[in-house]
Design a protein around this ligand. Structure first.
Ligand SMILES: Cc1cc2nc3c(=O)[nH]c(=O)nc-3n(C[C@H](O)[C@H](O)[C@H](O)COP(=O)(O)OP(=O)(O)OC[C@H]3O[C@@H](n4cnc5c(N)ncnc54)[C@H](O)[C@@H]3O)c2cc1C
Length: 287
């Protein structure tokens, strides 16, 4: 289907983009890689009167180390994450996660900011950023505010972003040296969204779990933090009994929507299995 008519704007500074979005009001939407927004427009699920392209604003791109954080510009593409030497060294979970997204064509255009701002429960970055405890910089006419990933996702396609606001950068705390990581994603084929996936960060103290973060993708209206599973693991050896208990507690919080990827029972079971696999892989990478 052909999208309904819209006007295209291509500002070259963030200030101009924010002024435009402010003056155009609810009729306007930021355009990033277009890999979620344009399909929605073609299906007439979205019909913005104005698109404000963020692609010509250099300030919105790039990955840098700032103190104990990695800053990622919202317009940084998935492919740039995949090939970042800095991320591979400091936050390899994001490299593993970005590699699991879609296919090379989508990864060349799709942006980390667009992936988060879209609020699609099937997207992978929300769980990755929640597991890492990231913060998001949102800028609008009244200035900048920081929002924790834990407070950003309100429901399917609903986020903390207000009309006129732009997600400008993501601030990711660098995990401590020795932290294990894994993103385990079950998908039917290359390019598919997750049937279920689990992001894990894990620190060990000898044979026992010192700290763990577990977040699930596409088994609820938002990314789901498996807080009970995390609590059950801390202080325990990561043996079969602990893994089974964590998987079972993770399954309890799932509320998946049945679709062509499977029914709710299957998806819940797969969320448990992805949790188990991610914990084991993170354990093998933890110092
Ligand atoms: C075939 C296919 C398979 C895919 N598979 C996956 C997958 O497995 N995992 C996954 O995570 N994603 C997947 N995607 C989605 C893809 O990663 C999208 O690129 C991503 O969801 C949106 O990023 P974008 O840059 O294309 O944003 P756009 O489509 O341009 O924008 C998406 C929404 O976010 C808003 N927006 C964008 N940037 C900003 C910003 N900086 N500030 C405020 N609002 C903003 C837009 O207004 C729009 O509402 C897939 C897409 C396709 C087409």
């Amino acid at each position: 289907m052909i999208p309904s008519a819209f006007e295209y704007h291509a500002p070259t500074s963030l200030a101009d983009a924010i002024a435009l979005l402010g003056s155009l009001g609810d009729e306007a939407r930021p355009l990033a890689g277009g890999h979620s927004l344009l399909p929605m427009m073609k299906l007439r699920f979205a019909a913005p009167g104005h698109l404000v392209d963020l692609g010509r604003i250099p300030d919105l791109r790039g990955i840098s180390e700032v103190g104990s954080f990695i800053h990622i510009g919202a317009m940084t593409t998935e492919n740039e994450l995949v090939w970042s030497a800095l991320l591979a060294e400091k936050v390899p979970l994001l490299v593993e996660g970005a590699r699991a997204i879609a296919d090379p064509q989508v990864r060349y255009r799709g942006t980390v900011g667009g992936d988060l701002a879209h609020g699609d429960p099937g997207n992978d970055h929300p769980a990755l950023m929640l597991a890492l405890g990231a913060g998001f910089a949102l800028r609008g006419a009244r200035g900048e505010r920081m929002v924790a990933a834990a407070d950003f996702f309100h429901g399917p396609y609903a986020t903390e972003l207000q009309p006129g606001e732009v997600l400008t950068r993501i601030e990711v705390p660098i995990p401590r040296t020795g932290t294990g990581w894994a993103y385990e994603k079950l998908k039917r084929k290359i390019g598919d969204f997750a049937t279920a996936a689990a992001a894990v960060l894990l620190r060990m103290d000898g044979e026992r779990v010192a700290a763990v973060s577990i977040v699930l993708t596409n088994v609820g209206p938002t990314p789901l933090k498996a807080a009970d599973a995390e609590r059950a693991l801390v202080g325990q050896p990561l043996d079969e009994a602990a893994l089974a208990e964590a998987a079972s507690l993770a399954m309890e919080i799932c509320d998946p929507v049945p679709d062509q990827r499977g029914d709710a029972e299957y998806k819940r079971a797969m969320a448990g299995e992805m949790t188990r696999r991610a914990l084991l892989k993170a354990r093998s990478r933890a110092a």
